[in-house]
Design a protein. Structure first.
Ligand SMILES: Cc1ncc(COP(=O)(O)O)c(C=O)c1O
Length: 468
């Protein structure tokens, strides 16, 4: 067998990796940069002659270092980007080393069992039905897609239609019900599935972006036939939670009227509230619904990319995603073929990093992590409100805070945008913006295990100096 100088490749990657990780407390979190500047360093024509792999890796590490946005920094509060849990990082290095195609048990039995164990631990931690099915996917987008594919199968099957065989042409109409402030990945997933994101019926949200259950009842009263309802655990702006028990009651009534019904929960951000004793009350009733999507790369701090699709009805999940071919040696007994539970065929064993993180944190560690992120979000809200320069616009119930910077001239939108640009250029911390209820606001998402009180206070100080 031909061999490479693996030691030198590993050193070429891990020496700069260690320097990068050690620099996180002090390095700028972000620097606005022109793509041309980066292209000038890494671009150019495809080389005619090759280079030694170790040189390529060492060169890449050096070339890109100034342009890496420090998502793993304790002062990165943009989007809902999680940090880097050390156990996930170590496990990912191994997954890259093993280079397993984790589609089938027969091809990669070790990682298949580890992923299966991780799936069981996750259902236990989130207190979801122990016999629910689990698919490991790239993120919330594909988890919602997978769950809605199962939903589409289930409600159409009950209506006597085989959607996998015959598609949607000639199928009974599927009523889709969402709320006005659903995440953009929901209509996108509906679009992938031929269910038309734009034609979904919108139920009004309340002042915290939660679905209005009375309005849901009214919408359902007028619908007949297969129905898929999408709700949310952790809104991307406010961090709020839909009223799950009332939604489950409304769905039961709809079902009792003879309508095949499925309720999906987009829990990319907030399904983790199920694992936190202090936040569990926000997610009561959610276990009565039909499917749940969640991101491990957000609050759990598993390496990118890692999302999970969970379904109460394994038969529907498998009917929507399962794959057969004469050359595929399928698992028997209780072994798991991942290809039957996610849209990919060949795939990375991304559940291994989840396994390592859950094993390292344990049940109490996940509880502490979620609680701490939410406490730090509260600290941001308190400090900024106390400054008199900013107003907290949402009820801070989870890890998300919405801030409006208050301008003396009354143009709060313009000041808010200026503060966001200033802090991004400053590099002490990273925050992004959003438009919510017609206002420009600054989003704070506390999603990194590494964030501590000092990080919050440093970030607040830098923000106040940006606000002038
Ligand atoms: C509520 C919600 N759903 C879905 C997503 C999409 O998740 P992903 O980026 O992992 O696909 C996000 C991303 O922030 C989100 O906040």
């Amino acid at each position: 067998m031909r061999q490479s100088d693996w030691e030198s490749i590993i050193r070429a990657a891990t020496d700069p990796a260690a320097r990068y990780l050690e620099s996180l407390p002090d390095r700028p979190v972000y620097r606005p940069v022109d793509a041309e500047e980066i292209r000038g360093i890494v671009g150019g024509p495809l080389p005619e002659e090759g280079s030694p792999p170790g040189d390529v890796v060492a060169g890449l590490a050096g070339d890109l270092d100034p342009f890496i946005a420090a998502h793993a920094s304790g002062r990165y509060f943009g989007f809902v980007n999680g940090g880097l849990h050390p156990a996930a990082y170590g496990a990912e290095l191994l997954v890259s080393t093993w280079d397993q195609n984790a589609a089938l048990y027969a091809a990669a039995p070790g990682v298949a069992v580890v992923e299966d164990v991780a799936a069981g631990w996750l259902l236990d931690l989130l207190d979801l039905p122990p016999d629910a099915s689990v698919g490991f996917v790239t993120g919330g987008q594909m988890a919602t897609f997978t769950c809605l594919a199962a939903a589409r199968h289930h409600v159409l099957d009950e209506a006597g239609w085989d959607v996998e065989a015959y598609g949607l042409q000639g199928a009974p109409v599927v009523n889709i019900v969402v709320k006005t402030e659903r995440h953009s990945t929901v209509p996108r997933a509906l679009g992938y599935l031929g269910l038309g994101g734009a034609t979904a019926i919108e139920v009004p949200s309340d002042g915290q972006s939660r679905m209005d259950p009375g309005a849901l009842d009214k919408v359902l009263a007028d619908l007949i036939g297969p129905t898929v309802i999408c709700v949310e655990s952790g809104n991307v702006n406010t961090g709020s939670f839909d009223p799950f028990s009332a939604v489950a009651d409304a769905a039961d009534r709809h079902r009792d009227r003879g309508n095949p019904t499925w309720v999906h929960v987009d829990g990319a951000v907030g399904l983790w509230a199920r694992a936190s004793a202090d936040h569990r009350h926000l997610v009561e009733g959610l276990e009565r619904l039909d499917s749940w999507s969640v991101d491990a790369h957000k609050l759990l701090n598993v390496t990118y990319d890692s999302g999970i699709a969970i379904c109460r009805h394994p038969d529907a999940h498998r009917a929507a995603m399962g794959v057969q071919a004469s050359y595929l040696a399928k698992a028997d007994g209780d072994a798991r073929d991942s290809a039957d539970w996610n849209p990919e065929f060949s795939r990375r064993a991304r559940g291994v990093a989840l396994y390592a993180t859950l094993r390292s944190l344990g049940r109490s560690g996940v509880d502490d992590l979620v609680a701490r992120l939410c406490l730090l979000a509260g600290r941001f809200a308190d400090r900024l409100e106390a400054s008199g320069r900013a107003e907290v616009m949402n009820d801070v119930v989870f890890n998300q805070v919405l801030i409006r910077w208050l301008a003396d001239d009354g143009d709060h939108d313009a000041l808010t945008d200026r503060v966001i640009s200033c802090i991004q250029a400053d590099g002490t911390a990273y925050f992004g913006g959003t438009t919510w209820n017609g206002m420009r606001l600054m989003r704070i998402s506390v999603s990194d295990w590494a964030t501590d009180e000092e990080d919050v206070d440093r970030a607040v100080e830098a923000l106040l100096s940006c606000a002038g």
